[in-house]
Design a protein around this ligand. Structure first.
Ligand code: NAG
Ligand code: NAG
Ligand code: NAG
Ligand code: NAG
Ligand code: NAG
Length: 252
């Protein structure tokens, strides 16, 4: 008798557990994280990327930059124009590519906009297959970390990247060139809906080319985002909207 009681009791408990889990799972949305932090300015990252945020090589030693070039080749492979044309749309620029769901009806999968490798011009690896490393004018790619739903600009103004020297290095950094022009992340690549909804999403990039960096010395570089909706972090959050790295180009 007491055995039967426990059997029924435990079955009841197990049943309650399964029911609760089921209800919880029902409320989770596959396509959107349920608990998302409030929108903050995302961090930025560079390519090529090693263990540290440091790019150091000798112009005359091919082996010293060959790995960096390979790293960029691999990273940029999905940006090939031919691949972008197959997978993504040619979107109207300077405006958000909004693809909201209408009520319960999901507007999935969602399309993404083309970011052609050739838009990186001198830093695309197409015109100069060594990205400037063989001539002491290296390219560094910058990306803004993905945040679902982020709107990085208003009034049709795309955010843009600017780089400068930190500490006393301002006389060593030399002239910079940005690609695409103005170093902007066009608004058409936003908002991002998550990798499940937007399967072919291609993250926009900005390339910075160091045209006349001083040789044989460390140069501390900082790049940051300029936007009319995102603010660059203060000392308290020093990774928000910026990235710092050390660049050293040796002549031999
Ligand atoms: C992109 O182009 C490069 C060089 O032309 C090639 O090596 C690479 O395989 C291509 N990648 C894709 C995904 O088509
Ligand atoms: C990307 O390149 C393809 C092929 O050259 C071209 O048809 C397309 O318009 C380009 N897209 C953008 C956004 O520039
Ligand atoms: C993703 O790209 C593939 C080709 O690689 C294409 O067939 C598919 O339609 C694309 N999906 C979306 C949602 O853009
Ligand atoms: C670059 O910025 C200037 C001034 O802010 C603007 O007039 C120009 O249209 C921009 N160019 C591109 C390609 O966005
Ligand atoms: C390159 O930088 C050096 C100083 O490091 C400067 O003397 C020279 O004029 C610069 N060249 C150009 C073309 O700006």
């Amino acid at each position: 008798m007491i055995l039967l009681f426990y059997l029924v009791f435990y079955l009841f408990l197990a049943g309650m557990f399964v029911l609760t889990m089921y209800m919880l799972l029902l409320t989770l949305d596959d396509y959107k994280p349920t608990w998302q932090d409030r929108l903050v300015t995302p961090g930025m990252m560079i390519r090529p990327k090693g263990d540290q945020l440091e790019i150091s090589f000798s112009v005359s030693e091919t082996e010293s930059w060959d790995g960096l070039v390979q790293n960029l080749n691999t990273f940029l492979s999905p940006y090939n124009d031919s691949y972008q044309v197959q997978t993504n749309d040619n979107c109207p620029p300077d405006q958000y590519f909004i693809q909201e769901d209408s009520g319960e009806v999901r507007n999935n999968p969602k399309r993404s906009c083309q970011f052609n490798r050739t838009m990186l011009e001198d830093c695309s690896g197409m015109l100069d297959r060594f990205y400037g490393y063989s001539s002491g004018q290296p390219c560094v790619l910058i990306k803004l970390n993905r945040v679902i739903g982020m709107l990085p600009g208003k009034d049709a103004q795309s955010p843009f990247v600017s780089c400068g020297a930190k500490y006393e290095d301002s006389d060593k950094i030399g002239a910079l060139a940005y690609f695409p022009p103005n170093g902007s992340f066009n608004l058409m690549y936003y908002p991002y809906y998550g990798k499940k909804a937007q399967v072919n999403y291609t993250q926009p990039l900005v390339a910075v080319k160091f045209l006349n960096v001083s040789l044989n010395t460390d140069v501390n570089v900082e790049c940051k985002i300029n936007s009319n909706t995102l603010s660059v972090g203060s000392e308290r959050d020093k990774f928000a909207g910026r990235v710092s790295f050390k660049l050293r180009v040796n002549s031999k």
